[in-house]
Design a protein around this ligand. Structure first.
Ligand code: C5J
Length: 221
C-alpha cells in the first residue's frame, strides 16, 4: 500500500489499482492561436505545467501503471457538439471554425493534438471526449474497471473545468481521486485555488490534493 502525504489527509492506495488520468493537455488549450486564447485567455500559465506532467508520465511509465490521456473535441460534422456549447462565449473562433491550428477542437486537427512533449506512447489509452467530464459519452468507466483500477491520480487542464468535472464524475462512480496540485492549471489563478479547496473540503468530499514531490515520495519515485 502506497501512502501519499496529501490534503486533507494521507491518500492510501494499492499501487496495482492506481492509474494516471491526464486531462486535455492539447495544443488548443495550451498554445497561442488555439481555442483557449480565442476565448480571451493568457495561455502561458498552462504551458508551465508541461514539465511536471511529463514527470508524472515518466513515473507511471517506469512503474508500468496505466495511463489515460483525454482530448476534448468533436467529430468533423459537429454531430456531438451541442449548439449551446458552440454558441457559448464571445470567442473570436468558435468550435469547428478554421484557425491557425486547423479547425478548433475538431478531432484530427493540429490544435486537437496533445502537446508534443506529452504525446501518448504506444499502448497508452487515448479518449476523445465531447464534454467537460471524461466519463460523459465515452467508454472511460468500462475501460478503468476493465483494468481493475480503483484509485486515480489526475493531472491536466483546466483545474476548475475539465479536471474538476471529471474528478466529480469519478468520485460519483466510486473511484478514489487524487489531484496533483502542480500538474494542473487554470487560466484564472483564483479559480485553481478555489477548485483545489473545493475538492478537499469537508474531509475530501471529491478527493485529495498533493504536490508532485509528495506523489513521487509516496510512489517510490
Ligand atoms: C475547457 C478544459 N476549459 N479542458 N476545457 O473548456 O478545461
Amino acid at each position: 500500500m502506497a501512502i501519499i502525504a496529501a490534503q486533507p489527509y494521507d491518500f492510501e492506495c494499492p499501487i496495482e489499482r492506481l492509474g494516471l488520468i491526464v486531462i486535455d493537455m492539447q495544443r488548443d488549450f495550451i498554445e497561442p492561436g488555439g481555442f483557449g486564447e480565442a476565448l480571451g485567455n493568457d495561455v502561458r500559465p498552462l504551458g508551465r505545467i508541461v514539465p511536471v506532467v511529463h514527470e508524472l508520465l515518466t513515473l507511471f511509465r517506469r512503474l508500468q501503471r496505466p495511463i489515460v490521456h483525454t482530448q476534448e473535441g468533436h467529430a468533423r460534422d459537429l454531430s456531438d457538439c451541442p449548439p449551446a456549447k458552440r454558441r457559448r462565449g464571445e470567442a473570436s473562433l468558435r468550435i469547428g471554425d478554421p484557425g491557425p491550428m486547423g479547425r478548433v477542437l475538431i478531432e484530427g486537427e493540429p490544435g486537437f493534438a496533445i502537446v508534443p512533449e506529452l504525446a501518448p506512447l504506444p499502448g497508452e489509452l487515448v479518449i476523445r471526449k465531447p464534454g467537460k467530464g471524461a466519463f460523459y459519452a465515452t467508454s472511460l468507466d468500462e475501460t478503468l474497471r476493465g483494468l481493475g483500477l480503483s484509485h486515480l491520480l489526475f493531472a491536466g487542464v483546466t483545474t476548475e473545468v475539465c479536471v474538476q468535472t471529471t474528478m466529480r464524475e469519478a468520485n460519483d462512480r466510486g473511484y478514489e481521486c487524487l489531484l496533483c496540485e502542480d500538474a494542473t492549471e487554470s487560466y484564472f489563478p483564483a479559480f485553481k485555488s478555489a477548485a483545489l479547496a473545493m475538492i478537499r473540503a469537508q474531509g475530501g468530499i471529491v478527493g485529495w490534493t498533493a504536490p508532485l514531490r509528495a506523489v513521487r515520495e509516496g510512489l517510490g519515485g
